[in-house]
Design a binder for this molecule. Structure first.
Ligand code: ADP
Ligand code: MG
Length: 473
């Protein structure tokens, strides 16, 4: 029933709000009429508590009327006290993944990450988010999927105070674990080391927290002044930016910085056009700089990252040796993302340290078994659907978005809307908006229409199958 509650919540608040605030909420337990839920950060907890507590309770009660209260706890606080800003590289003890993706060991990213999302730093609205000393350009491996993002990042990091700003903002987007935070922190380290301009790295949560708490203590003006005084603003995980007033403030800040020739760098898990909850003006401003996507880590790149990690680990564990076939095996099978690669190596390191056994292929197969995942279905974008459907039916994409009602356009348009509904998580109104500002009932009509047709029309069903396959390739 937890999944039902989540579903209901998603339906009530909409996909965007849901994924920003509730996607990381877990059920911890239910006991005598109380439901205990956990979230990873204190910020999320207080936000949900102040904005959505009743909603969440109501969703539970709709499923289980006997539930009387909701208790919200911070998950990571139980396992790890929030770490202060990591100042210098320190050897990390070998540790096994705790299953949540935070681990110390090879790269020690666990530290930086946990503290980044942990205590946002109550007293210091503008102290920046903690940085992990290991996330530098030196440790970033360049491959096909990230060449452009890396080059752009390098470029902005080494720019001097009076250099003309080349791309502003620089907007980098990629799925989870593909190196966004690594690249952003690398820029921050390099920029601050160069000492030319003050570089401030903030997670979107921290930006919101700083703003919200500044408002509360009525120092909003000082906060704005301070923010506008910096040379380079780096904002990570922009998809979490929520709330009208924060967004308005973000918009002002962005405009003020860009107009003053300051560099802004942003990372997000989706392109600007998919930040549905953001104001149109902000979206177009974001899209007006350089938008770069980092693709999934290819096998070669994964292998290079693994090699680099082993080398780095040997600085602290000189006897740690991983034969090439083992690395190749991990690179081939643990296909998900950088975090899992790290997790896999950490297991081997832990095993090697604890048992003294050398790392072999058999050991690797045993240790990383649960990290081997089937290829996840690809995230399909509405633009791709429109592009591929248009090509298939030999119409133009603007025809699909237009108000033309000739038969040769109507059917492809319906097919495209149907695919958008079935292959993405977008809501009907969102889809309508992306199809030339149509009403959600139009989208619903199209979806029903195609659903009705595919049962009888074998040719159409086949066409749709082919389109789906192309999109998911
Ligand atoms: P994201 O912020 O995109 O979710 P991270 O930057 O946190 O991803 O990367 C996840 C892990 O993978 C980190 O340990 C990071 O160092 C590693 N990683 C990702 N891409 C690379 C790369 N190109 N070179 C080296 N390490 C990488
Ligand atoms: Mg990140």
């Amino acid at each position: 029933s937890w999944s039902r509650v989540k579903e209901r919540l998603r339906a009530e608040v909409g996909d965007d709000v849901y994924s920003s605030w509730f996607a990381r909420m877990d059920l911890e337990g239910i006991e005598d009429g109380g439901v205990r839920l956990s979230v990873p950060t204190r910020f999320l907890k207080s936000w949900i508590q102040s904005h959505y507590a009743e909603r969440v309770l109501a969703c539970w009660q709709a499923q289980q009327p006997e539930v009387g209260r909701i208790e919200l706890i911070v998950r990571s606080a139980v396992l790890k006290p929030a770490a202060p800003v990591v100042k210098k590289a320190e050897p990390m003890p070998a540790a096994v993944s705790n299953g949540s993706g935070a681990y110390a060991g090879i790269n020690g990213n666990g530290h930086g990450r946990v503290s980044t999302v942990g205590d946002p730093g109550m007293h210091d609205a503008l102290g920046g988010s903690p940085l992990d000393p290991r996330l530098t350009f030196e440790s970033f491996v360049v491959g096909r999927s990230n060449t452009l993002a890396h080059a752009a990042a390098k470029q902005v990091a080494i720019a001097r105070r009076n250099d003309p700003v080349m791309f502003n903002p620089l907007y980098i987007h990629a799925g989870v674990g593909l190196g966004k935070t690594h690249l952003l922190q690398a820029i921050t380290w390099a920029g601050n080391a160069a000492g030319e301009r003050k570089v401030l790295y903030l997670t979107a949560e921290k930006f919101m927290y700083g703003f919200v708490s500044a408002l509360r203590t009525q120092t909003a003006l000082a906060f704005k002044e301070a923010l506008r005084g910096i040379g380079v603003l780096v904002i990570d995980d922009l998809q979490f930016l929520q709330g009208k007033s924060t967004q308005a403030e973000f918009c002002h800040t962005l405009n003020a910085l860009i107009d003053a020739g300051r560099q802004v760098i942003i990372a997000s898990d989706r392109p600007p056009s998919d930040l549905e909850s953001l104001d149109d003006r902000v979206r177009s401003r974001l899209a007006g700089g350089l938008v770069v996507e980092m693709g999934t880590l290819g096998e070669e790149l994964r292998l290079e990252i693994l090699k680099a990690r082993v080398l780095a680990a040997r600085a602290h564990h000189p006897s740690f040796d991983v034969p090439l076939p083992v690395l190749s095996y991990i690179a081939k099978t643990v296909t998900h993302n950088g975090r899992d690669l790290e997790g896999a190596l950490n297991r081997l390191l832990a095993h090697n340290k604890l048992t003294g056994h050398p790392v072999t292929l058999e050991m690797a197969e045993r240790e990383v078994r649960d990290l081997i995942r089937p290829q996840e279905p690809k995230r399909v974008k509405i633009e791709d659907i429109q592009r591929i459907v248009a090509r298939q039916y030999n119409v133009s994409r603007s025809d699909l978005l237009s108000s033309r009602r000739t038969a040769n356009v109507v059917r492809p348009r319906q097919v495209a809307m149907y695919l958008a509904k079935t292959l993405t998580l977008r809501s009907l109104p969102e889809i309508g908006r992306r199809f030339g500002g149509r009403d959600h009932t139009t989208v619903l009509h199209a979806v029903r229409k195609i659903e009705g047709l595919v049962g009888n029309d074998v040719a159409l069903a086949e066409e749709i199958e082919i389109l789906k396959r192309q999109l998911q390739e």
